[in-house]
Design a protein around this ligand. Structure first.
Ligand SMILES: *Cc1c(COP(=O)(O)O)cnc(C)c1O
Length: 391
């Protein structure tokens, strides 16, 4: 089955629900069982991974619908939902680590991932080494006897380097370490982590899966081999998410294909436009043919999302403010993946250590929304006029 078909059918069972197209939203904590033996059987089946309904926190047909759809699209064995993308990252890492372990994390990982490693992981005796995102097969020189986990994010947050994940996975597996990937940028559609050696794929579903800037949610999908590590940790940490949010995520997922293709077209048009601007030093977008990550992106990815970066030539902060403050169509704020365009002035060096970001000029991150691209460009042109007027 092709992805566009899976997006429509995966995780849905209208035949079990009066023919109603979408899955029901079950609000549940207590689930009543008819007898002690029924209860025991349901618990036993659930602990063996069956989709029985035992207790709200353990999963309902609402959560199974989203989890099954995401697992089918990412190409993994099974998936679990979490209350945010960051909760998914934290829980997925904890599932594989204990005191005395060592992890390797790409230097361009999402900022709060660094905070989690430097905070909770360090507090519980796990050491993190950040590595150059472009290290590729060279990662083998950083692997120690106690390295249990290699964390990848490609393209990386804020700076959009593309990693050679098959090469990294090969070195990690040779040393007995698992590979976790933050696959949010590409979504389950444009990168297939399990076909490239990844063991665990994380989505900030808050972004493209939800797609409408109204829900926080995360997912973690795993291979059959590592699933027995992920599931119990998730239960022990009490991870669960609200049914209305899960419902909205599964609804968003049904249109991910058409939305993402449009985000890709819009993002590329904007990236190309920025490349022609005299104020711009560099555009970070792996689908541009002269991007350093382009060859790997072409080899491994099926498309690009609408998120990319721009570095301006060095200039005063008030010029940057003049550019972004009065944009009409680009909102300023965290997150992305909704239908609307966004801009954020970023600081890649606020968390990098292994390979500091070399550009002195300001760095911006743009999310290309679904507005008319000519209107978006006109908005940016007006921004650059204010930029120059600011002196
Ligand atoms: C937003 C984001 C996250 C975290 O997701 P939340 O739902 O905001 O917790 C993780 N990784 C990446 C790459 C993100 O952009």
């Amino acid at each position: 089955m092709k992805d566009d078909t899976k997006i429509v059918v995966a995780g849905r069972h209208p035949e079990d629900n009066f023919g109603i197209v979408n899955p029901p939203v079950y609000h549940a904590s207590t689930v009543l069982h008819r007898s002690l033996s029924d209860l025991r059987a349901a618990q036993q089946a659930r602990s063996e991974g069956e989709r029985t309904v035992v207790y709200g926190r353990w999963g309902t047909p609402t959560s199974y619908a989203l989890e099954d759809a995401v697992a089918a699209l990412e190409g993994g064995y099974r998936c679990l939902v979490y209350p945010s993308g960051l909760a998914a990252i934290a829980c997925a890492m904890l599932a594989f680590l204990k005191a005395g372990d060592h992890v390797l994390v790409t230097d361009n990982a999402y900022g709060p991932t660094h905070k989690f490693c430097n905070g909770i992981l360090a507090r519980f005796g796990v050491e993190t080494t950040y590595y150059d995102p472009l290290i590729n097969a060279g990662i083998k020189d950083l692997i120690r006897d106690n390295t249990r986990l290699v964390y990848v994010e490609s393209p990386g947050s804020l700076t959009f380097e593309v990693q050679d994940i098959p090469a990294i996975a090969e070195a990690a597996h040779a040393a007995g370490a698992v590979v976790l990937m933050d696959n949010t940028w590409a979504s389950p559609l444009f990168y297939k982590p399990f076909a490239h050696g990844v063991d665990v794929s994380i989505q900030a579903a808050t972004k493209y899966i939800v797609g409408h800037s109204d829900v926080m949610l995360g997912t973690v999908t795993a291979t059959r081999e590592v699933w027995p590590r992920l599931e119990p940790t998730t239960r022990e940490l009490g991870q669960t998410a609200g049914p209305d949010d899960i419902y909205l995520a599964q609804r968003g997922l049904r249109t991910l294909g058409v939305r993402l293709r449009q985000h890709m077209t819009q993002g590329l048009a904007l990236a190309e436009w920025f490349r022609g601007r005299p104020e711009v030093e560099r555009v970070m977008h792996p689908a541009l043919p002269d991007d350093p990550g382009h060859a790997l992106w072409r080899r491994d990815f099926l498309g690009a999302s609408g998120l990319f970066g721009v570095t301006l030539k060095p200039c005063a902060e008030d010029r940057v403010a003049a550019l972004v403050d009065d944009l009409e169509l680009f909102g300023m704020g965290a997150s992305w993946g909704g239908y609307e365009s966004l801009v954020l002035v970023t600081q890649p060096n606020s968390f990098r250590s292994a390979r500091p970001w070399p550009h002195e000029g300001p760095t911006l991150r743009f999310h290309a929304g679904l507005e008319d691209v000519d209107d978006l460009i006109a908005d940016l042109e007006a921004g650059f006029r204010r930029f120059h007027a600011a002196g």
